[in-house]
Write a protein that binds this ligand. Sequence first.
Ligand code: SF4
Length: 256
Amino acid sequence: MNQQPPFELGPIRPVAEARSLLIRTTRGCPWNKCDFCVNYQDMTFSIRKVAEIRADIEAAAQYYQGHPFTSCFLQDGDSFLMKTADLLQVLALIRQHFPTLERITSYGRAATMVRRTPAEMTEIAEAGLNRLYCGMESGADVILERIHKGTTVADIIKAGRMARDAGMEISEFLIVGLGGRELWQENAMQTARALNEIDPHFIRVRTIGVKVGSRLEQTWKAGGYVLQSETDSSANSVCWQRDCRASVAITPTTTR
Ligand code: SF4
């Protein structure tokens, strides 16, 4: 195999998708304004044409020569911005060329997902998209506003429940410490409350890291954001775990 695959790849994938086939449906993030995030900072968002994606799927099938992938992740930030008919066509093509797949996954951005009808979500789930990684980050509106998440807790809960009801597995990502020292308790309590409403299959917990070049770094340097100490973060984790019914996996960085 060549080092460079003959199809387009995006810059990131969830850690759980290390062994997955990667198929790029969109480039970048349509929002690109969350203060802590630098994932697609210098990239203009675009939705790829089905013909382009089809060519990539065919090239990937030829490149991997029958490799029995069990999971495929749709890159980059917002597959749900594709027209439903286009997304269904892409899912069918992926399954046709990679018949061993058991799982097709994607990031699920709440602000986009809530524009889908329950019937559309079911159709998409039945076409094979059966797990979503959702960046809720926090269950507190005051924190989501401060970090310019571009969505509300109500929409995060609605999107998560819609996807669950459609038959998809949900993995919610949250960030311990996102509220800084000032709002740590609000972050813990409101996030536990939102998680209980969604009742996701998985919860991925990351601790806040101030990325170089992020807007959070500017706010932090200007004194507008005070990081929690390790003791505060531990209290935050203990607090929300006490109030959250779900079991969790904790990772030490903000890596997706
Ligand atoms: S956290 Fe997600 S929605 Fe926010 S800018 Fe980054 S990729 Fe976009």
